[in-house]
Design a protein around this ligand. Structure first.
Ligand code: IPD
Ligand code: CA
Ligand code: CA
Length: 267
């Protein structure tokens, strides 16, 4: 990305987000396929490792060192919620923890930055593929030095789609399975790869035509939603309205198959 194309007030935050995502990714690479301290959180299938915590501490301390007044929302609870700040950092220190704990090579760091309540910066780093997805509002979405555009596919029957399932899937009747079955019968292929942030980046890069999921959190989608929008795609809730900031539900696509995917993912 050409730094001159970035609004001056965003430039230093963007550079910091890129640096911290790369450094946290290096921590993930270093500990990948080593013996991990794996614990559970909200359910027996909701895992957290010492690497999640180490990455979050690295990112949060890196922000606080140079931008001590900025608000921070981080998945594992680090950082301060300076509610009067114009800036808010939304961090998933390791998106794809189940994959990581099993040595399944699909996980990333995700950092989103809001300014005055608007999504402005997104950085998602896949440390094994060394793929850095990055976007800034009005300056485009990029994979390394390559500008990203969503795919031009208009036919859901020829589309590759992804989804995911929340950690309450064993117990909840709102389990996404009916939607999963409908899309499976309509699309060319349907994936469940286990990293919401990468799924969104793959829509932005044209590797996927669409992705939807329910019951996500703000940190899963803060960077990825802007990535899709800056690549020319569309992101909504399942009823076609604005995607909630909370991540409670998201439908992202190249725009062309959006109505078709909505018709299968409505409640
Ligand atoms: C999870 C992943 C997964 C999605 C889950 C998320 P985590 O995040 O993004 O793909 O299906 O809903 O919670 O726990 O690995 O950060
Ligand atoms: Ca996540
Ligand atoms: Ca996580």
């Amino acid at each position: 990305m050409d730094l001159d194309s970035i609004a001056p007030e965003l430039r230093s935050a963007y550079q910091l987000a890129v640096d911290l995502a790369r450094r946290a990714g290096a921590v993930q690479r270093e500990h990948y396929e080593t013996e991990l301290d794996v614990r559970t959180k909200s359910a027996s299938i909701d895992l957290v490792t010492q690497v999640d915590h180490e990455c979050e501490a690295l990112i949060v301390s890196g922000i606080e060192a140079v931008r001590p007044g900025d608000a921070i929302l981080a998945e594992e609870g680090g950082g301060e919620n300076h509610s009067r700040s114009d800036w808010r950092w939304i961090i998933d220190p390791l998106d794809g923890t189940t994959n990581y704990a099993h040595g399944f090579p699909r996980f990333c760091v995700s950092i989103g930055v809001e300014h005055e309540g608007e999504r402005r910066i997104g950085v998602v780093y896949d440390p094994l593929l060394d793929e850095l997805f990055h976007c800034v509002h009005a300056a485009g979405a990029w994979l390394g030095h390559r500008r990203l555009r969503v795919s031009t596919q208009t036919d859901l029957g020829q589309a590759l789609v992804a989804t995911g399932f929340a950690y309450d899937v064993h117990d909840s009747t709102q389990d996404n399975l009916a939607r999963f079955a409908r899309v499976l019968k309509a699309a060319r292929g349907l994936r469940r790869d286990g990293s919401a942030a990468l799924d969104l980046c793959y829509v932005a890069s044209g590797r996927l035509e669409a992705y939807w999921e329910l019951k996500l959190h703000a940190w899963d989608v803060a960077a990825g939603i802007l990535m899709v929008e800056e690549a020319g795609g569309r992101v909504t809730s399942t009823d076609g309205g604005p995607a909630p900031r909370s991540g409670a539900e998201v439908v992202a696509s190249n725009g062309h198959v959006h109505d078709a995917i909505l018709s299968h993912t409505r409640g």
